[in-house]
Write a protein that binds this ligand. Structure first.
Ligand SMILES: CC(C)(COP(=O)(O)OP(=O)(O)OC[C@H]1O[C@@H](n2cnc3c(N)ncnc32)[C@H](O)[C@@H]1OP(=O)(O)O)[C@@H](O)C(=O)NCCC(=O)NCCS
Length: 285
């Protein structure tokens, strides 16, 4: 199908948000899963934020002057994150998704990002195939963990709200675990007062931008992540993403009564380091 691609603008938020809601709902319904977004309004709010934020670059596809899909690149940190990508269910499977992906991979290459990451729903055969064909490597199976906040503490691992003074120490932990920092996202979370740090033996050994779908966390060991998960007052969005190869932490969450909502896949192109510690990725990567 002939589609014209152009950069996304804040005024596209309504059209892109509605497609985002409908596209995720359609594929979730086919597999008997709840929709990723609880309502059109939530999807429109997310797209409004992404299209207005200077740290994100969006591309939209139009046919006959009508928006039929969009994709977003998170450019806030060293590694770029892709998503959400959505195509109007009425015109899916006609090459638009591939072009929306290629446009952002080109952009990431032009901007010299050393790597790009994304997270896909494991039940979605088409997105798995498109991403793999475009060069993405499968890195990590993830479980979306859901449930009531645990309100548990871990002895020796104190949690407090993060401040800008913690940025350098947090970036050091992230660099130790991922090989790069995620400073842009962390700074946003500190500004929004959702970020938490873990202190152990008198120093910062982990942090979370929040515990939730759009948030990431790192810790030198699983104890930091248990403390962060235990202290969170809510799991923002539909839950938080946990690498299931970290069987000890996965089992601990299950023993605490948390449940698996769905399985997802972390994929990447370019620079990717096997984590040298415990981490919870964000849906944006
Ligand atoms: C995922 C999505 C963006 C893809 O966009 P699209 O326009 O439907 O996909 P395209 O037509 O560009 O690509 C389809 C490709 O997948 C291939 N494909 C589709 N189903 C496949 C399968 N089961 N096995 C192997 N390949 C498959 C097609 O052959 C085609 O390959 P080609 O590009 O080499 O010809 C779109 O389907 C969508 O919005 N889905 C709902 C929301 C969603 O899941 N977003 C992704 C979140 S991770």
């Amino acid at each position: 199908m002939d589609a014209i691609l152009r950069p996304g603008r804040p005024e596209d938020a309504n059209a892109c948000g509605v497609i985002c809601y409908e596209a995720f709902k359609a594929i979730a319904n086919q597999h008997n899963f709840p929709p990723d977004f609880p309502s059109r309004e939530v999807a429109v709010d997310l797209l409004s934020m992404l299209l207005a934020h200077p740290g994100f670059y969006a591309v939209v596809a139009e046919t006959e002057g009508r928006i039929v899909g969009s994709n977003v690149l998170d450019e806030r940190s060293t590694i770029a994150g892709i998503g959400p990508i959505t195509v109007d269910p009425g015109v899916q499977n006609s090459g638009i998704g591939r072009r929306l992906m290629e446009a952002l991979l080109d952009r990431a290459a032009q901007r010299r990002f050393p790597g790009v990451r994304l997270v896909q729903a494991a039940y979605h055969n088409r997105s798995l195939s498109v991403y793999a064909k475009l060069g993405c490597t499968i890195r990590e199976p993830l479980a979306l963990m859901q449930g009531a906040p645990l309100r548990a503490s871990i002895q020796g691992y104190a949690i407090r709200q993060a401040t800008e003074q913690d940025l350098a120490a947090c970036n050091r932990v992230c660099t130790h675990i991922h090989g790069h920092d995620r400073s842009g996202e962390l700074l946003d979370a500190i500004t929004q007062a959702t970020a938490m740090v873990v202190e152990h033996d008198g120093r910062i050994t982990g942090y979370a931008t929040a515990v939730g779908f759009f948030a990431h966390a790192v810790g030198e060991s699983n104890e930091e992540l248990k403390a962060l998960i235990g202290a969170a007052s809510a799991y923002l969005g539909p839950g938080f993403l946990l690498p299931t190869r970290n069987t000890e932490l996965f089992r601990w969450c299950l023993e605490q009564g948390l449940r698996v909502g769905q399985v997802m896949t972390l994929m990447s192109i370019g620079l990717y380091n096997e984590p040298a510690g415990a981490c919870l990725p964000s849906i944006l990567y």
